[in-house]
Design a protein around this ligand. Structure first.
Ligand code: XBP
Length: 256
């Protein structure tokens, strides 16, 4: 039986990457007087590395003008990541990044029906807090039974650590939960912990294979375009839809 919804953040709760984190990284480069800029396409390739600091190190490894030694690069990555997170908080405060349509409604519906909800991301806590305080108000934490972030785990997604941690923390069996994700790394992380997953496609992962998911669709705001198809073609995806998909997980049915 479904008792708990587990929300990924970047790409799932909100489209944070292209016009949030990416712009914030570019702001950090500019503030540090570095000529580096990440365009939309290049950032898309870097997104296969989870973790902003890890992403910086990956990019530096390909740049002739990056510091030559690993300790120097790590120091620079730490500094740029700190600046990036400050810039991200400013972008979020200006309401340039908002919850995806259908997300606030499902959070409300789940809360009203007594379902538990938790955040499971490997993004830095400071970024999650900035976004959710802005979008859900000062009392946002009360809506979630747990908020697992990058600092809580040794290995970021696609490792299952964040999902295993939330299961242990909330005393949940994997099949009591349902993860909402947008990216292959997140799907792999949830699956690695034995948790069924529903995928809402995001801008950067619009076509990536996510065959292990229970259902895949364009977003919670729209009942059209889902695999498996939803019966009524008007309105948003509801808790009843998620519950139905989740019940199929008991028999291990996926999109295959
Ligand atoms: C999202 C990420 C993060 C964000 C940037 O992962 O990979 O790195 O892009 O946030 P998840 P940080 O799917 O776990 O939400 O700079 O704080 O890492």
């Amino acid at each position: 039986m479904l008792t708990t919804l587990l929300w990924d953040v970047d790409g799932t709760l909100a489209e944070t990457e292209r016009d949030g984190h990416r712009l914030a990284f570019n702001q950090a480069f500019a503030d540090a007087c570095l000529p580096w800029r990440w365009d939309v396409a290049h950032y898309g390739t870097l997104l296969s590395t989870t973790g902003g600091r890890e992403r910086l190190l990956r990019d530096m490894a390909t740049r002739a003008d990056a510091p030559p030694s690993l300790p120097e690069r790590e120091q620079l990555a730490n500094e740029l990541h700190r600046r990036k997170n400050q810039a991200y908080a400013q972008i979020v405060a200006q309401q340039c990044v908002t919850l995806r349509p259908g997300v606030p409604e499902l959070i409300e519906e789940a809360q009203a029906s007594g379902l538990r909800q938790a955040i499971v991301t490997t993004t830095s806590r400071i970024n999650v807090e900035a976004l959710l305080r802005q979008q859900l108000g000062a009392g946002w934490k009360r809506r979630f039974a747990a908020c697992i972030c990058g600092e809580d785990v040794k290995l970021k997604k696609p490792a299952p650590d964040a999902y295993r941690y939330v299961l242990a923390l909330l005393g949940l069996a994997p099949r009591q939960a349902l993860a909402l994700e947008d990216a292959p790394a997140g799907v792999a992380a949830a699956q690695g912990a034995g948790i069924p997953v529903v995928v809402t496609r995001s801008a950067y992962f619009a076509d990536d294979p996510v065959d292990a998911a229970l259902a895949v669709g364009p977003g919670l705001h729209d009942r059209q375009g889902w695999r498996p198809a939803l019966d009524v073609h008007a309105g948003r995806v509801t808790l009843d839809d998620l519950t139905l998909w989740h019940s199929r997980a008991q028999s291990s049915t996926t999109l295959h």
